[in-house]
Design a binder for this molecule. Sequence first.
Ligand code: MN
Length: 131
Amino acid sequence: MSDRNRGKVILIVEDNKHNMELAADLLEVAGFTTLQARNGENALKILADNTPHVVLLDLRLPDVHGLEIFRKIRENKKLDATKVIVFTASAMKEEEEKIRGMGFDAFISKPIDTTRFVQAIEEILHQVKKG
Ligand code: MN
């Protein structure tokens, strides 16, 4: 168990059980605290009561599109410092560029690369937020 990420909270929004468990396990072993939502409604409930450092956001959710969650995060001043990482299986270069243009802080593709996943999140977490 690592101490370096102690106190850092990551909300994982993901409806796929396997991806959720793998992401949460990797992050918790690295010392992060995780919050977990399997759908958009649950994600918004959690965000009403918590200010995570990072939201790892799947776009294809059973109730709402992840972009709707993203829009609500960016409308909420309390979440100004929260970094949003798109977490999607889409490997399409064009779609990735379109998504980046919407102002997400970063993009992590699925399936999860277990050797790179935690490091990628740590790097994004420590980036200075773009104005
Ligand atoms: Mn999904």
